[in-house]
Structures are given as C-alpha cells and as structure tokens.
Design a protein around this ligand. Sequence first.
Ligand SMILES: *[C@@H]1O[C@H](CO)[C@@H](O)[C@H](O)[C@H]1NC(C)=O
Ligand SMILES: *[C@@H]1O[C@H](CO)[C@@H](O)[C@H](O)[C@H]1NC(C)=O
Length: 355
Amino acid sequence: MQTLSIGMRSILQLLLLCLAFVAVTQSSVCPRPPQEKGSELNGGHMFFEPGTEVTLSCMQGFTSSGGSRKITCKKNGHWTERELKCSPRRCPVPDSPENGKANISGIVYESVITYSCNEGFILYGANSSECLQTGKWSKPKPQCQSVTCNLPDIPQFAKIVYDKLFKDDTVEFGSGGTYHCLPPMVLVGNKRAICQADGKWTEPPECKLVTCPPPVPIDNGFLSFAENREHGYREKVRYGCMETYILDGSLEVECADTGLWDTLPTCRAPCKVDIERGRVVYKNRKYWIEDFKHNVLHGEEVIVYCLNKQKKCGYPVTMQCNDGVMNTPNCYDEPSAVTYNVRSGSLPSEIDKCT
Ligand SMILES: *[C@@H]1O[C@H](CO)[C@@H](O)[C@H](O)[C@H]1NC(C)=O
Ligand SMILES: *[C@@H]1O[C@H](CO)[C@@H](O)[C@H](O)[C@H]1NC(C)=O
C-alpha cells in the first residue's frame, strides 16, 4: 500500500510538470534573433515576449544601406521580416606588384589577397593582406626585386668561365658559367654553374685526380688491349674470351670517376649434349649423337625428340646452353643399346611427328 501511494504521487508530479511545460511553450516567446545577412541584435537577452520591438544594427565590417532597423516578436514566436540591409565594407581594388601577381579572392571585409613574385624575383614586404572593417587593406603592396647571385665559390683546381660580363660582382638569375678543371684533374659533378631563382648557385663540381688500378684479367678470357699500369679517368681497356666462350657484357671497359673500372664482362662456357644414344638437331641439321662433334656455345639451342605415348608420335623439345649448363628435358627417354642399334627406326626422332 505504502509503495503504491509513492508510485501514484510520482506519476502525479510528472503530470504537473508536463502541464507546466505545455503552458510555457504555448506562450510562444521569440528566440534571440540570429546574426543574419550582416545584421545582429546588441544586448544579451535570450527570449522576448510577443509584441516586443527590438532594433538591429549592422555587424562589424558591414554598413547599412537602408531599410528599417526594427523587428517585432509576433504571437506565433517568430520575428517580423528583417528589412535592414547591411553590406560588407569594400576595400579598393588592389593592383599587382611589378614583376609579380596579386591573387584576389575578393575585395570585401575579411577578403584576403595573396601576393607572389614571378620566377627570378624576390618578394619584399608582406605576402598577404586582408580587407579590414575600416575599408582599408591591412598591408601595403609588396615589392618584387630581381634575384642576383654573388660570385660562386670556385672549387680547388677549378676555374669558371662566365657566359657574359657582369657588373658589381653579381650575376643575374638564370645566367652563370662553366667550370673547368686544371689538368690532370678531372671534373666530377655539375659542369654548369647557374644562378637560381632563390639567389643560390647550383651545386659546384669537384676536381679530382682519378686513377683506376691496373686492369685485371677475367676467367676464361684475357685483356686484348691494355697495359699493365694505373689508368686515368675515361681510359679504356678491352677484353676477349677464350675460344668457345662467349663474351657477356661490354667488350670495352672504362675507368669511372669513382676510380673503379666499369663492370667487367663475363666469359660464358660452352655446353655438352648429355645424351649417349639418340638423334639431335643443331642449327637445322640432324645428327646421330656419335657424329655430333660440335661445341654448343652459350645461348645456342639443341633439339631432342620425346615420345607421345598415347598418340605414338614424336615431338621436338628445345634445350638451351646457359654458361656450361644444358639440361636434357625430363620427357627424353634414353633408348637401350639394343633399341638404338637394331630398331633405331622406332625412336621418337624417326617415327611420325605429332601434329
Ligand atoms: C588564389 O587563392 C586561393 C585561395 O584564396 C587559392 O585556392 C588559389 O589556388 C590561389 N591561386 C593562385 C594562382 O595562387
Ligand atoms: C607568407 O609569409 C609567411 C611569414 O611571413 C610565411 O610563413 C608563409 O609561408 C608565406 N606564404 C607564402 C605562400 O609564401
């Protein structure tokens, strides 16, 4: 009984609360008029009784261009139509700096213009400016001044030949000169010096004495044209391979600016046909293996015949010599001595070819 009466009471309280809420919302006060179309209400009130009249004003950076400032809270909780016209303050149209550009996104209050200079010019002053509520730009137009470089550093053992005469020990953007090293020094790096848009020079080269060690022979090959001495930058030696070996790489090798020889060539080994009994095709000719006396050179091909057991026909399989290695295909069956000597006509190389 006790618990029930507590429950009843709380339900009653809830009901009363709801009634109070309905009463408040039915009275339809107006909310504070929002900032809109450049106008706003001063003061801190949040709600207004129906019939209240308030005076709007233009927001910061906006100026009035006519219309009544007054609005009234209507019975339904809405304000009457806003008539006050407020337009943003305008700043004068800015012009571009000489040898530069002004990026103009707008010329009203809070618009920002950004300035940039053409390549080879440096911006002095502010790179952006904002239209203030006073109708003035926050920063004056900057200046674009042409870039020059001071004379570049000359590396040791080098000299520079300028493209043209210059005055005041400065070189203008885009021009420059060419470095030369005093013999026997070798120029390593950038031969040209250019005054860049940031007023800095391109990376200068180095003058180095480059020597490569005496050239060394290669496996299964020889030096065909070389002296056994240190060599200078860009000097060349030549290599060759023993008979039946194939040279892989460059015949001529150069002394690089690192003081090392460029990549040496390799001599690739010939192959043996690893078949005891059978017939092969080499360079479009058929040989019984005992008559085959050729060296198969690196990269060359030899054909053997395999048997298609279902169709009882022979088909060719190509194998290639790769630096001394030439694998006989798995399908190849070495015939017995009897088959080979007595019934050679039954070998896959001799019967009908599969189509
Ligand atoms: C100009 O400025 C606007 C932003 O204000 C930017 O999106 C645009 O890329 C700029 N244009 C140039 C050419 O810098
Ligand atoms: C403009 O200048 C400010 C500092 O002065 C710098 O931080 C900013 O990177 C500059 N903007 C451009 C686009 O150069």
